[in-house]
Design a binder for this molecule. Structure first.
Ligand code: HEM
Length: 398
């Protein structure tokens, strides 16, 4: 055995090393000081815990995501080897041309044109949820607003039966844990992912899906496997973005006042929310050949942690990066990824978020975080997702 084999993989020459545990509860619930420290260390940092390279700055993250030929998803995009072996081939874990077979049917259903007809339905759902929240006066912006709203939009769009649909968000959230390193959370995530797949397949097999809606269409095309593209990554990502939006507007009432005064700022404001609180912390890629990333030699076969949330706070790209500014319109932010794996649900997520923010802007003059409520605010502890678990708020109605 060579010295290299005995000591496991080693950092590339000259690559800074960090022993931070990105998956500790403390870092997952408040990752931004750690992200900054990693960005300060260099464009590529060796994480000694998982023995893996991490890419915390904006420009290299953008380049890696744009370069599927040299940074492949085909060997999985999770941190842990177990998850990468277990998950098998999927839209997330394939490269072109195989990837096209997964992506094309979903693009056909999720393009702006394909979604145009359902915009009034989403807007009506947004009004219903915003009105109920305002009527309640005090509520949990995650449990009572973002989660049931996002679930309703996605479940109605694809035609999931009403019975049992309430189980999907919690299962999907737990399933996101499989994308992390092997730890207790990822072990639980495997069980959740299995149950999620079983539920989705069963609904398809038992003919419980609303006729003509998107899941039914996919099942009739023999693509029941793609229904999971809605029920897994399609709900909790948006939930976390919407929870973060309410928290930011509660903490920055001046920014909410600007949005209320000018609704054309809503798309820009949502980009800014995603930049500051990117719902996905990380996925990974594997280098298919030796690659130089800003002077660091990445060896063929190296797994690289792509840090979306850190890239979006990079001071090299965004001036005063921790400031929430609804007029900034950071269209280049990377919360939806980039390149061939750019989030296929991006149009749906935007319609959902813009509709809810507009409905709230019509009804709420001010959000206040309810510090007296014993349940929160509380950050989510998840290997992959970033956002709030609980966010008790009070609203002042318009
Ligand atoms: C704010 C909400 C959302 C965020 C922040 C988000 C984030 C992301 C990110 C970062 C990726 C890229 C993965 C990679 O680089 O490997 C992705 C891909 C994906 N997202 Fe989303 N997502 C959101 C909403 C949705 C929705 C509503 C759907 C439902 C249709 C969805 C379904 C997917 C799927 C199927 C992929 C895989 C695409 C591919 O690999 O080609 N996402 N998402």
């Amino acid at each position: 055995m060579t010295g290299r084999e005995m000591s496991g993989p080693l950092p590339p020459a000259g690559c800074p090393v960090s022993d931070v545990d990105l998956w500790s509860d403390a870092v997952l619930t408040d990752p931004f000081p750690t992200y900054r420290a990693l960005r300060d260390l260099g464009p590529v940092v060796w994480l000694s815990g998982p023995a893996m390279l991490a890419v915390p700055r904006f420009q290299p993250v953008r380049s890696i995501l744009s370069d599927w030929q040299r940074f492949s998803s085909a060997d999985g995009v999770a941190v842990g080897d177990g998850a990468n072996r277990m998950m098998g081939e999927s839209i997330l874990t394939s490269d072109p041309p195989v990837h096209d077979r997964y992506r094309k049917p979903l693009m056909d259903q999720l393009s702006p044109n394909a979604l145009a007809a359902m915009v009034p339905e989403v807007e009506a759902t947004a009004v219903r949820f915003a009105s109920a929240a305002v009527e309640a006066g005090r509520f949990d912006a995650v449990a009572d607003l973002a989660r049931p709203y996002s679930l309703t939009v996605v479940a109605d769009l694809i035609g999931l039966p009403s019975e049992g649909r309430e189980h999907y968000p919690a299962l999907a959230e737990r399933a996101f844990n499989v994308m992390g390193p092997a730890n207790e959370r990822s072990a639980d995530g495997f069980a959740a992912l299995l149950e999620l797949r079983t539920r989705t397949n069963e609904a398809c097999r038992a003919g419980q899906l609303a006729a003509g809606r998107r899941a039914d269409q996919l099942c009739h095309m023999g693509r029941a496997d793609l229904v999971g593209a809605y029920t897994w990554p399609g709900i909790d990502t948006t939930v976390n973005a919407l929870g973060a939006a309410v928290a930011l507007f509660a903490r920055h009432p001046d920014q909410w006042a600007r949005v209320r005064a000018d609704r054309s700022l809503i798309p820009s404001a949502f980009n800014e929310v995603l930049r500051l609180h990117s719902p996905v912390h990380y996925f990974t890629r594997v280098a298919t050949e030796p690659v130089d990333v800003e002077g660091v030699a990445i060896a063929e076969g190296s797994r690289v942690l792509v840090m979306y949330g850190s890239a979006n706070r990079d001071e090299r790209r965004f001036g005063d990066p921790d400031r929430f500014d609804v007029t900034r319109n950071p269209t280049e932010q990377l919360a939806f990824g980039r390149g061939v794996h750019l989030c296929v649900g991006i149009n749906l997520a935007r319609i959902e978020a813009h509709s809810l923010l507009a409905a709230l802007a019509d009804r709420v003059t001010r959000f206040e975080i309810d510090g007296a409520d014993p349940s929160g605010p509380q950050w989510l502890v998840n290997n992959t997702l970033h956002g709030f678990e609980h966010l008790p708020v009070r609203v002042v109605a318009a």
